[in-house]
Design a protein around this ligand. Structure first.
Ligand code: ADP
Ligand code: ASP
Ligand code: MG
Length: 413
């Protein structure tokens, strides 16, 4: 018997018509003999609506209450889908995260899954039921409701697939697979038939929101075959596994971008040992994650220090840095929250020189100024002004010929 975990995102179940269409799809798959566990998100727009309501009630709501509120979106869709399945004579039972017992840590609004109790699910499957589980939520040890961060239903689905040893985890969404970049920004982007976890992890970490990063980490850790496909049309989608099915490895697999960025600079700080740790410690103590870091070459015994944070943390980080600056006798603090990070990703670039130069030329040909650069063996990231985001993505996509299948390829030696 094949066990498949399906996950349907917000747009895929954004109305009763869509819920009925998804129910038809699941009932059909069930008739073909698969055991099915379904994970659903809230209806599209619902989580944002709840966030806005919370803000109206209290601009600084407690994360615990936030989770109680946000988890309601998914509770609506599991019930509606189970009802729609029953109407199709497809027995189904819905469960909240707490009910199937998705145990998480207590980090409200970005909790991590610790364990899953699959007893109820196995029992239902044995009795021929489809099991419908609310994505994005769990409970901590004290029974408090938790949520897993935006896009967290992907992670619920993969974690369930891992716990149940499912044959595949299928992520149904509003695109028919993973593309070389967001097809909404570059219509010429090309769908990839196969990808490795490593490539997808890099794409997700660098901003491609098609999958939540944690879901790809889970898939890689537990070797869950992961498929991204459309809930609106038929197709094979993109299969993500450990093995690379391609004979020829592409030099560049894709371009990702992240609009959630902001940068902060502290100018004229005394150039002394320990200065970087001194500045970053204050940010880390406030649970603010720092991404890129640059320290300029010192002059006149002082130096400048720039780093990026999530845009939501910008105001808080700026206030902390201003306080720190006066303590350290720094000259000035400035910041910019209208920036984006654009990244060229490719496992094949490990063995290839000149990729960075090509990327920088493509940007300069468009008159785009690069504000920061960071590189690793398999990616080049640049920070540019927000207004250039789409132009930069398009320029890089075209410079590396990603719209055509056979780019310059690196053969496995
Ligand atoms: P869901 O609600 O189903 O979880 P998301 O909005 O979270 O859907 O993710 C799907 C979206 O991800 C697509 O509509 C697309 O705009 C975006 N996206 C970003 N990068 C990529 C990419 N490389 N390939 C495919 N989609 C991408
Ligand atoms: N409803 C949540 C969100 O909008 C979780 C998800 O869709 O995966 O982020
Ligand atoms: Mg999503």
């Amino acid at each position: 018997m094949t066990l498949i975990v399906h996950k349907y995102g917000g747009t895929s179940i954004g109305s009763i018509e869509r819920i009925n269409a998804v129910a038809d799809k699941i009932a059909k798959a069930k008739q073909c003999g698969d055991d099915i566990v379904v994970v659903v998100s809230a209806m599209s727009g619902e989580t944002n609506r709840l966030l806005a309501l919370a803000k109206d009630a209290n601009p600084n709501p407690s994360p615990r209450e936030m989770d109680v509120l946000l988890s309601t979106g998914e509770q609506v869709t599991i019930a509606l889908l189970a009802m729609a399945l029953a109407k199709r004579r497809c027995p189904a039972r819905s469960y909240t995260g707490g009910q199937v017992h998705i145990l998480t840590d207590s980090t409200h609004t970005k909790a991590r899954i610790v364990a899953i109790d699959d007893k109820n699910i196995h029992q239902d499957l044995k009795q021929g039921r489809v099991v419908v589980v609310a994505g994005f939520q769990g409970v901590d040890e004290s029974g408090n409701i938790t949520t897993l961060g935006r896009g967290g239903s992907d992670t619920t689905a993969v974690a369930l697939a891992a716990a149940l040893h499912a044959d595949e985890c299928q992520i149904y969404t509003d695109v028919d697979g993973v593309y070389t970049t967001d097809p909404r920004v570059v219509p010429e982007a090309r769908r990839l038939d196969f990808m490795t976890y490593e490539e997808m992890l890099e794409m997700a970490s660098l901003g491609a929101k098609v999958l939540q990063i944690r879901s790809v980490e889970f898939a890689s850790k537990y070797q869950v075959p992961l498929r991204v496909l459309s809930s609106f049309e038929h197709g094979q989608g993109t299969l993500i596994t450990a093995e690379d099915e391609r004979v020829e490895k592409p030099l560049i697999s894709g371009i990702a971008f992240n609009r959630d960025e902001a940068k902060l600079t502290i100018l004229g700080v005394p150039d002394l040992p320990g200065i970087a740790s001194n500045i970053l410690a204050v940010v880390a103590e406030s649970n603010i994650e720092v991404d890129m870091i640059i320290q300029n070459v010192g002059q006149d015994a002082t130096t400048d220090f720039t780093f990026t944070v999530h845009r939501n943390d910008y105001d808080k980080a700026l206030a902390l840095l201003q306080k720190k600056a006066s303590e350290l006798g720094a000259r000035e603090v400035n910041g910019d929250n209208k920036i984006v990070k654009v990244s060229v990703i490719g496992v094949g670039m490990k063995s290839h020189a000149g990729v960075a130069a090509m990327a920088f030329k493509a940007l300069s040909d468009e008159g785009i100024n690069i504000r920061m650069i960071s590189t690793s063996e398999i990616k080049i990231s640049v920070v540019v002004d927000e207004k250039y985001c789409e132009l930069a993505v398009r320029a890089l996509h075209s410079a590396f010929n990603l719209e055509v299948e056979v780019q310059e390829a690196v053969r496995e030696s």
